[in-house]
Structures are given as C-alpha cells and as structure tokens.
Design a protein around this ligand. Structure first.
Ligand SMILES: *Cc1c(COP(=O)(O)O)cnc(C)c1O
Length: 381
C-alpha cells in the first residue's frame, strides 16, 4: 500500500528558522546547559501554557517521573497504585524510584484509572497514587483528587498523553501534587528528547530543581539524592520551536482525526475511540476497538498492516502485570484489563500521514474484514 513507512509516531517537525533563532541565543551566550536562558524561557512558557506556577524541565520524562515519585512517596511505605494497561515502561520507572507497582483495574469506558478502581488497591503500605491519562481523553482526575484528599496519600500524574487537553475546562498541568510530561520526539512537543514536571508547590519545585542538578543546592550543600538529568539548551530551543507550532499541529491532527471519524464507520465491527470535543483535545493518536465478531486475530491484522508499511501497534500490550520483571509487583483480579489489552489498536497518524493516506489505511481494514475467511485460511496454513 505504501512505499515508505506510515507510523503511529508523531515526529512533528517545527520550523527550522525558529529552531535556529532560539539556538542562536545559547550560542551567543556560550551557555549550553545548566539552566541557561533558553531553558528558563521554556520553563516560563510551559508554566504559562499549563496555567501552573512552576515548570521544572528534565532530560527526559523518565527522570522527571522518578524524581517526582522520590519526592512525593510517603516515607516508610512502598506501594504505588497505578493502572496496568498503560505505558509499557511505567512499572520500571516506579522500580527505579525504589517503589513497588500495585496495579489496579481500568475503567472500560475510558481505558484508564478511576478514583474508585484505585481506592480498592489502597492499603497501609500505599505511598503514592499515580494517575495516568490514557491516549485518548483524560482519566478520572476528580475521583483521584477526592481519594487523595480522603486518604492523605499524595497524587502524581503521568500526563504525557494529555499535554494539550483540559479536564472539565481546567487545563491539564495543575492537578494533583504534580504532573509529569515528555518531549521525546514521538510526543506532541518534539524536543528531540526531554521532559518536565509542573506543580503549584513551591517547595517541591525547588527540590526538583536541586535534584536534577546532581542534588546540588543553591547554598552549596547536597540533597540526599540527585542525578544529572538537566535539560540542555539545544533541546530547549527545539522545544520552544515546537511550542510555537503546537496550535497549528493540533489543527493538522484534527483534520486527520476527522478523516478517520468519517471513514471508520465504513468498516464493520470496528469502533473509533472518539475524543471528547467538549474539552480541549490534541487529537494526536488514533485508537480503534475490534468489536465482538471482528473476524481476524489482532496479531494477524497487524502483520498485514506491517507488510503494507503501516506500522500500526496494539494499544499498550501486554498489560504491565503480564510481563516478567526482576522487581516485585502487586496485583489482584485484573480481568477487565486483560480483556481490554486484546481489543485495541493504534492506526497510522502524525506528521507523515495525510488525509489520502487515511483513506488507504481504512480501505485496507475494509479489505481485511471482507476477505477474512481467505486470510484466516492463509494464516492457518
Ligand atoms: C513516553 C512516555 C513516558 C516517558 O517519557 P520519556 O521522555 O520517553 O522518558 C512516560 N509516560 C508515558 C505515558 C509516555 O508515553
């Protein structure tokens, strides 16, 4: 179907002249890292973008999450309540923070953690609640905030997938004690690599700033822990160029999404997971569900799409508790998660996919459905 690969990665390319203009600032100043002018401007702009007091940037989303967990986890306790159907490295990040993932079920409607599901996993060893937004729309922010208020257990968000969204009209970025974001090149903001944490908590922001800088405090003393996880200036320059472009990018994403919204109903037994347009949406990824009666195994659908150069992926598969790890994890009955982990897939989107491509992708899906019997025969032989 395609000569070159159509992936599910964003890989958005900001304007080169803007990137170079921001880069000239650090080049002229001869400051390449250590909280230079470009990084300070980026933090100011991101705090404004998220309607929050502080933004602390990091070399990657990973270390922003680890350091935030280190700061927020209740002392003497180990477990982090989090969903299992989520970003495939998230349990590892918890382990890197010296904590133990405790997986809760997700809500089948939103594919995400809710206050109620999280509550059933809270116990005397719970150190932190990790709310994670799904790829489409937001998780139950209000329910999680209520649970946190009721139990006194701090609430942190992995908000990587909801960087552009709002929840009940409130911009994502100021919920819970802190929210963590990534600017890796497949995300909405492309900084090559990078991440940041937003918070309204002055003391938390100050500690995170010290920790990412080898734990070196302003007064020259050392924090108990620290790591070199600063964002450097050239990545910050790329991030600023991406930020200048983001509204246009979302408009392009919206057009791709509308093409899918128009065409997916022509494929039997398939459902598009729709964005809630009563909120702000980034329209970044396209997720579809294979409904009961869909006639071809998901792995075979993926094999066909890959052969035709569409790098479609299963939605967060396998679930985290289904993966072997060399660190401890805790979970109970995760039936809904295990079922949902089999049903969804992500379709080509992002910078290299145009509306004509969307038609070709959907035509292929219709073809697979129409020729299911022959396809299944070929796979079984
Ligand atoms: C990408 C991602 C991360 C990690 O971000 P990096 O900057 O790649 O370390 C964390 N959580 C989610 C949901 C992600 O998609």
């Amino acid at each position: 179907m395609f000569d070159t690969i159509r992936s599910i990665s964003n890989l958005v390319r900001p304007d080169i002249e803007r990137f170079l203009a921001y880069s000239k600032i650090f080049h002229d100043a001869r400051q390449y890292t250590d909280h230079g002018a470009v990084e300070r401007e980026l933090e100011r702009r991101l705090a404004q973008f998220h309607h929050v007091k502080h933004c602390v940037s990091f070399a990657g989303g990973f270390w922003g999450l680890v350091m935030s967990m280190k700061c927020l986890a209740l002392p003497g306790r180990k477990e982090v309540v989090m969903p299992s159907l989520t970003y495939r490295r998230l349990a590892d990040i918890v382990a890197w923070a010296g904590l133990v993932p405790h997986f809760c079920e997700v809500d089948p409607q939103t594919l995400s953690i809710t206050g109620e599901k999280a509550a059933s996993c809270v116990n005397e060893n719970t150190a932190l609640i990790l709310g994670v937004h799904p790829i489409v729309n937001c998780c139950d922010v209000e329910g999680l905030e209520e649970l946190s208020a009721r139990t006194g257990i701090p609430l942190l968000f992995d908000a990587v997938e909801s960087v552009y969204e709002s929840y009940r009209g409130r911009k994502i970025g100021s919920c819970g004690r802190a929210e963590c974001f990534s600017m890796q090149s497949s995300k909405l903001f492309n900084a090559f690599e990078g991440g940041y944490v937003t918070t309204n908590d002055d003391a938390l922001a100050a500690r995170l700033r010290d920790m990412r800088h080898n734990g070196l405090r302003q007064d020259g003393t050392l924090d108990d822990i620290g790591i070199d996880a600063k964002q450097n200036e050239i990545h910050a320059a790329m991030a600023l160029a991406a930020l200048d472009d983001v509204d246009d990018q979302v408009e392009r994403n919206r057009r791709r999404y509308y093409a899918y919204q128009r065409l997916i109903p022509t494929v039997p037994q398939m459902r598009l997971v729709e964005f809630d347009e009563s909120e702000r949406c980034g329209f970044k990824n396209i997720v579809v569900e294979l409904l009961d009666g869909w006639p071809v195994k998901r792995e075979h659908v993926l094999a066909i799409l890959h052969a035709e150069h569409m790098l479609s992926r299963p939605y967060y598969y396998p679930a985290l508790h289904q993966k072997r790890t060399d660190y401890p994890m805790v979970w109970g009955d995760l039936h809904a998660t295990e079922d949902l982990a089999q049903r969804f897939l992500m379709l080509p989107c992002g910078h290299f996919v145009d509306e004509a491509d969307v038609e070709s992708v959907v035509a292929t899906l219709r073809f697979i459905h129409a020729h299911a019997a022959a396809i299944n025969d070929r796979f079984s032989s």
